[in-house]
Structures are given as structure tokens and as C-alpha cells.
Design a protein around this ligand. Structure first.
Ligand SMILES: [Fe+2]
Length: 252
């Protein structure tokens, strides 16, 4: 993370507590999985075992149509926009670097299909009631960039749970199953989970989900066959309890 990213990250994580319930209710656009989304509205596995978090989502592609909302001019939204503008460049570089490794052409801009999500875990049961605040899963995107503010994120390696520990300026980058599909199974998806902490403590995680452009066409890296990555993208997105991502134009 750059110094600027770190600054905006802290504004988003620390500033969440100061956002009033009224703002959370009015700046909420569940049809776009955007803005403030209530506790328990997303799940990793089954809908009656929801992720124990509130969410704030920010999409570059929806930002223009929110301009009339007073909260759009707030420092909080400016921090989200600034963080998104840096991380989307980083994500595009990494995804195109992966394409290059496989001798494939670069992908079209991922920005309009990708989004930022702050997960704020507050109401934790005791670990004896539930082991995971977020059940084991993979995210179903191309890549996920994760920056938590506390321990709890674990990667599944067989039956073992491996804690993810990061330096202050580091992000975890996880592969998702859209990348597995695009790479014709050369890149496996990274299964992960969030443990319930032993003590009741608030935990936040800022995530950037990288999806393919809805105007791109996709060819598998190894078999060189066309892939319907957009159908899979939406199957995954709705599988977490979200509404579909709009596919704005057909692949050429
Ligand atoms: Fe995840």
C-alpha cells in the first residue's frame, strides 16, 4: 500500500463508526450492492448462517449517479474514491501481468465491474457457538485484495487453517475461481475464512473484488477456447446473496 492508500484505509475503517444510522439507511443501494448494506445481508455458504458483518461498498461505475446525495461529498466518500482509484490500477497491473505470464492478451479495464467493500464485524458470538465469523469459501472473482485491521483471516490448506499475517503496508492478494476458469485450472482458487475472535472485539476488513469487464471477450489461457466468464461472474455474485452485476454490452 502507498502512504496515501494507508491514509485512506484508516479513514474508511476508523470513520465507519461515526456514520449515522440515518446516512446508512439513505446511502444504501442494495440493487447495485452499493453503499451501506445491513448486518447479515451477505453469506458465504448458506443464507441462514450469514457473515457477521455490516458492509460499505463503493463502485466507481455507480459514483456519478450518486452525486446528488449529500453524502457523496463527504470526506468518507472521498477516501473511498481515492483508495479505489489507486487499488484499481494495482489490480489491473497484476491481472495483466498474469495474462502476460500465460502469453495471453491483457484484459479490458476491470474497473467498472470491480468494487471496494468494507466489512465491519461487530456482534460476535463466542467461539463455542460458532467457529467462523465468515464461513470457508472462495470469493468467485478474478482476484481479491484484502486488508484487515486485526487477525482472523485464515487460508485453508487441506484441513489446516493458516493465519494470514500482514505488515502494516501490505495487502493480501487471493486468487478466485474466475481466474481458475480463465487459466483453464492452472491457478487454483484460494479458500479462506474469518475466525470468531476469542474476545468480543470489533474487526474490519477492506476488500477490493476484481471482476472481468462486462464488455470483454475471454479465451482460456491453455485450451484457447472461448469462455462465458460473465455468466459465471454473476452466478457467483448472486450466490453470496447479492443482486446481479449489470452486463452493459455483449462481448464482441
Ligand atoms: Fe472472502
Amino acid at each position: 500500500m502507498t502512504v496515501e492508500m494507508r491514509k485512506n484505509y484508516l479513514l474508511l475503517v476508523d470513520g465507519f463508526l461515526a456514520v449515522t444510522t440515518k446516512i446508512k439507511e439513505t446511502y444504501s443501494f442494495s440493487e447495485d450492492t452499493d453503499g451501506f448494506l445491513p448486518f447479515g445481508s451477505e453469506y458465504a455458504h448458506v443464507s441462514d448462517n450469514p457473515d457477521l458483518c455490516e458492509r460499505f461498498c463503493y463502485w466507481h461505475t455507480h459514483s456519478n449517479k450518486r452525486q446528488d446525495h449529500p453524502f457523496s461529498q463527504s470526506p468518507y466518500l472521498r477516501a473511498a474514491a481515492a483508495y479505489e482509484s489507486e487499488i484499481t490500477g494495482l489490480a489491473q497491473q497484476i491481472i495483466n501481468g498474469i495474462c502476460r505470464e500465460f502469453g495471453a492478451p491483457p484484459l479490458a479495464s476491470i474497473r467498472d465491474s470491480s468494487y471496494l467493500q468494507l466489512c465491519v464485524y461487530g456482534q460476535n458470538p463466542s467461539p463455542s457457538e460458532r467457529q467462523f465469523a465468515q464461513d470457508p469459501h472462495e470469493d468467485g472473482h478474478l482476484l481479491t485484495f484484502i486488508r484487515p485491521n486485526r487477525d482472523g483471516l485464515v487460508i485453508l490448506r487441506g484441513s489446516a487453517l493458516e493465519p494470514v499475517r500482514l505488515l502494516e503496508n501490505e495487502l493480501a492478494v487471493l486468487s478466485g475461481s474466475l481466474l481458475t476458469q480463465l487459466s483453464d485450472c492452472a491457478i487454483p482458487a484460494t479458500y479462506h475464512a474469518v475466525l470468531v475472535p476469542s474476545q468480543p472485539i470489533q474487526r474490519s476488513s477492506l476488500v477490493y473484488f476484481v471482476n472481468p469487464s462486462s464488455s470483454d471477450a475471454f479465451i482460456g489461457f491453455r485450451r484457447k477456447k472461448p469462455l462465458d466468464l460473465l455468466a459465471t461472474m454473476n452466478a457467483h455474485h448472486t450466490g453470496f446473496g447479492n443482486r446481479p452485476i449489470a452486463v452493459t454490452s455483449k462481448p464482441a
